[in-house]
Design a binder for this molecule. Structure first.
Ligand code: GLY
Ligand code: MN
Ligand code: MN
Length: 442
């Protein structure tokens, strides 16, 4: 694997400049860090910084607030963060502290978080507009309102709260949607880690294993390669468990003759990968499994072909459902005219989700899918998943028995390039021949 890519200080500074260039004159943006989440009594979940906050500064400590004030004479980028305390650091490890934050994170000024009530209202005062993700951080919303309300409470001249509250996301998320070359590099690295994990599962899968053994292998491979956390809870669904779209129990035995749907991706340097492969537990697809698999694969290929600059967001989905409908008709699972079947969405009984979503710092990444009421057009630097599937319910009476209880999804991560696309997860076996070959290799 190549050198490990990482966003540097200069890129964080570029992102801040890009956001500030979109903000109106005399305005302020305020971003709180994620809160620590409690798992159970006295035990915290591993901390994960808020993606918007991380995007602008790469500072990953809780109890922090980041403030941007474009054009402010005494500094535009201001961080409030925890102070260093010997006792705390002895238990929890090193804290950056305001003294070091300016140099390490390229901000103009940094203050102790405990001083925020004294300092922040003064920074808000007199600004016409406040950019903030209202409704996302409920506890922090109340603090924002109290700071804003505290301004203008006395009779001093010129103390006015901002007249406009603007949702920060509509600007920041447009920036996040367009990935830089470095971000694509990191997403590719995350994808390659997930590729190695999926390939390892293909090499080791055997009937009688528990679904959680596969989960353990995947997450071991992610972690060992530096993706210290899955980007989302891994799905390992054997047999008809694959038909439960968000199956994460992963606690059943994997039986010979069944397929297993594996949807798992590592998060690397905060960037997600999101990969699904569907494998025959004993290494060979049955005729019916293979027939359905070929339909999903054709749909996935057709959808990927549509991910090119100038096409719109829904074209991959349209291509996928057309292929799925044609394939289902070919197998006798749907009857009638393809156009009419498409019109009434007959595929819905076997395919009930969309064909993709943006991918980035969040696995379901930010960015609008429609602009001005129209599907968004693909542009270089956007990254999407392409993930059609077929899920034949166990009790689907109108379906031949051999097809019942089969769930198949194939999911890749695709970056839009200047004149086409780049499948970041291309290293993972996908055709029936490739999968069977990889599974028989050891
Ligand atoms: N793994 C979540 C998804 O595919 O959207
Ligand atoms: Mn997925
Ligand atoms: Mn996905």
């Amino acid at each position: 694997m190549r050198a490990k890519p990482k966003v540097d200080k200069a890129e964080y500074a570029r992102r801040r400049r890009a956001l500030m260039a979109l903000m109106e004159p005399n305005s302020i943006a305020i971003l709180p860090a994620s809160e620590i989440q409690i798992r159970n009594n006295g035990v915290e979940h591993r901390y994960r910084q808020d993606s918007d906050f991380h995007y602008l500064i790469g500072f990953d400590e809780p109890d922090s607030v980041f403030v941007l004030i474009p054009g402010r004479e005494y500094g535009e980028a201001i961080l409030f963060c925890r102070e260093r305390e010997h006792d705390h650091e002895r238990w929890h490890g090193t804290v950056t502290g305001p003294e070091r934050a300016a140099e390490l994170y390229g901000v103009d000024d940094a203050f102790p978080i405990d001083d925020i009530d004294d300092i922040l209202p003064g920074l808000i005062e007199g600004r016409f507009r406040l950019y903030y993700a209202m409704g996302t951080h409920l506890k922090f919303d109340t603090r924002i309102l109290s700071w804003v309300n505290s301004i203008g409470m006395d009779d001093r001249e010129g103390t006015e709260p901002p007249g406009e509250l603007i949702q920060l996301g509509q600007y920041l998320h447009e920036l996040r949607l367009h990935k830089s070359a470095k971000e694509i590099d990191i997403l590719r690295h995350a994808a390659q880690i997930s590729a190695a994990a999926h390939i390892r599962v293909m090499e080791t899968l055997a009937p009688g294993m528990m679904e959680y053994e596969v989960e353990a292998e995947l997450e071991y491979q992610f972690s060992k390669r530096g993706a210290r956390h899955p980007a989302y809870p891994s799905i390992v669904g054997g047999g008809s468990n694959a038909c439960t779209l968000h199956y994460i129990d992963n606690d059943k035995v994997l039986n010979a003759g069944d397929l297993v749907l594996i949807d798992a991706g590592g998060e690397y340097e905060y960037y997600a990968s999101d990969v699904t492969r569907t494998l025959p537990v004993s290494g060979k697809f049955s005729d019916e499994q293979a027939a359905l698999y070929e339909v999903v694969l054709a749909a996935q290929r057709a959808a990927i072909e549509q991910v090119v600059p100038g096409n719109h967001w829904n074209q991959p989905h349209e291509a996928a459902v057309t292929e799925l409908t044609t394939g289902l008709k070919g197998l006798g699972l749907l009857e009638g005219n393809v156009e009419e079947l498409l019109e009434v969405g007959a595929y819905n009984q076997f395919y009930m989700h969309r064909t993709g979503h943006w991918l980035g710092l969040d696995v379901h990444d930010v960015g609008e899918y429609k602009v001005g009421g129209e599907w968004r057009v693909f542009e270089k630097g956007m990254v999407t998943t392409v993930e059609p599937g077929l899920y034949i319910p166990e009790h689907a009476e109108n379906v031949p028995e051999a097809y019942r209880g089969i769930g198949i999804r194939i999911e890749d991560n695709v970056a839009v390039t200047r004149d086409g696309h780049d499948v970041l997860t291309d290293d993972i076996p996908k055709t029936i021949a490739e999968v069977e070959q990889t599974m028989s290799a050891i």
